[in-house]
Design a protein around this ligand. Structure first.
Ligand code: HAM
Length: 413
């Protein structure tokens, strides 16, 4: 009998892990550059946390079960409710605005398809305690920074920004106040790009003409105009575009919402987020404004592969010791150990192999350098150092102090 992973779940072989770690490192570095601190929460939460607060779409996709203590629990499908609980509980211990980031693995029982799996890692950045549009601008700048950090350009992606409050005001003006009707209206707008105009018109009913006319005219809101002015000042004008078709599927958003898409339209949404000023009150009883976003690793990984921007190996400056004469293995092992003590990344062949095969192994394993331990090392402490990509070779003398290699000093020329 042979086992396979469950549909929608991934095995991460080294190449996939290299890509994942590359994405995570850009996410972490960008977060820190923008002053966000890392946090995390539990992967399993009470089912109740997601009911109503996230909306039917997420609730319909929950991985939930009753545990041995008869508790109804769910694997986290998103981090925002956990974040709201944690931030609400301890916000007094931190300076505001609170800026936190996390990269949780999330679980949604979706139909597995390109860009949508049953587990994914999602970079979350959220700001609590800032009600002004400065928080929105900061979040959009962070997304743009990370996208470029991954090697993409503004010709590859666009951040489509909208205003859910604009539509809530529109519904109020049209005397639509029933919660279920408001929800259905927002759902119809959220699906507008994936449905035919006839289908959307049917869902929108008597409001359809007005909605389509507002969209055609390129209507904006005062909030959106103010935000766009800040985006311009931050140099984001060509990364951000107003698009009122974006309303987001999740129930808790209250103001500006946005999604990141690839401009070619080949892929699913790369990221999404917005302002959710009522969620902390609902979950923790603390009335605090909040805004944030989530960016998944699946779609961005597909895009990086598509554009040839995905690293195949971990980007580490590592060394492979080539043991030119098997009799020198003891010296080579002592050198490997001293290099590692000195902080170098080192690998070597575990069994005897021809020199050519060792160089081949060094390349196949994705090392940057081959360090040759031959007779010259035994006689004078000198090794050949070959940069594998360029084939350049120099001689170096490992400087050993207190059992550690402190440098690989070049020898002669
Ligand atoms: P979301 O739009 O549901 O928002 O997810 C954000 C991003 O996560 C999506 O744009 C997509 O890249 C990725 N994603 C979502 N579901 C899947 C899936 N099944 N497979 C692969 N990738 C997926 C949220 O989750 C909000 N909680 C984000 C947020 C944070 N809003 C405020 N703060």
């Amino acid at each position: 009998m042979s086992f396979q992973s469950l549909s929608g779940f991934r095995d991460f072989y080294p190449e996939e892990c290299a890509l994942r770690e590359h994405i995570f490192s850009v996410w972490c570095e960008s977060s820190r550059q923008f002053g966000f601190s890392q946090y995390d929460g539990p992967p399993l939460e009470p089912l109740e946390l997601y009911k109503k607060k996230s909306g039917d779409e997420i609730v319909g996709q929950l991985y939930n079960f009753v545990d041995k203590g008869e508790r109804e629990v769910a694997l986290r499908p998103e981090l925002t409710p956990t974040f709201a609980r944690m931030a609400g509980a301890k916000h007094r211990d931190y300076k505001k605005p609170l800026k936190w980031f996390a990269i949780p693995q999330l679980f949604r029982y979706e139909r597995a398809q390109r860009g949508r799996l049953r587990e994914h890692f999602q970079w979350n950045c959220d700001i609590v305690g800032e009600a002004s549009l400065a928080a929105e601008a900061e979040i959009l700048a962070l997304i743009d920074h990370a996208m470029r950090g991954l090697g993409l350009t503004r010709e590859d992606y666009v951040i489509r920004v909208s205003d859910r409050q604009f539509w809530l005001d529109f519904l109020q003006q049209n005397k639509v106040t029933d919660e279920a009707k408001v929800y259905d209206f927002l759902q119809a707008l959220d699906k507008i790009e994936r449905a035919s105009e006839a289908e959307t018109r049917e869902k929108l009913g008597p409001l359809a003409d007005q909605v389509f006319s507002l969209l055609e005219k390129g209507t904006t809101s005062e909030r959106l105009d103010t935000l766009m002015a800040s985006c311009k000042a931050l140099g984001l004008a060509d990364a951000v575009k107003i698009d009122l078709r974006i309303v987001r599927g999740l129930a808790y958003y209250t103001g500006i919402v946005f999604e990141v898409h690839d401009r070619s339209g080949k892929f699913r949404a790369i990221a999404g987020g917005g302002r959710y000023d009522n969620l902390l009150k609902l979950i923790s009883g603390e009335d605090l404004p909040a805004i944030g976003f989530g960016m998944g690793d699946v779609v961005i990984g597909e895009i990086l592969k598509d554009k040839g921007l995905a690293p195949k190996t971990a980007n580490i400056e590592s060394y492979y010791l080539v043991i030119a004469d098997e009799a020198l293995r003891p010296q080579a092992l002592a050198l490997a150990s001293a290099l590692r003590e000195g902080g170098y990344h080192v690998d070597y062949p575990l069994t005897a192999a021809k020199v050519g095969k060792q160089f081949q192994a060094a390349e196949e394993r994705g090392h940057k350098f081959a360090l040759v331990v031959g007779q010259e090392y035994a006689s004078d402490g000198v090794c050949g150092l070959k940069t594998l990509a360029t084939r350049e070779q120099v001689n170096v003398r490992p400087e050993v102090r207190d059992g550690k290699v402190s440098s690989l000093a070049p020898v002669g020329c």
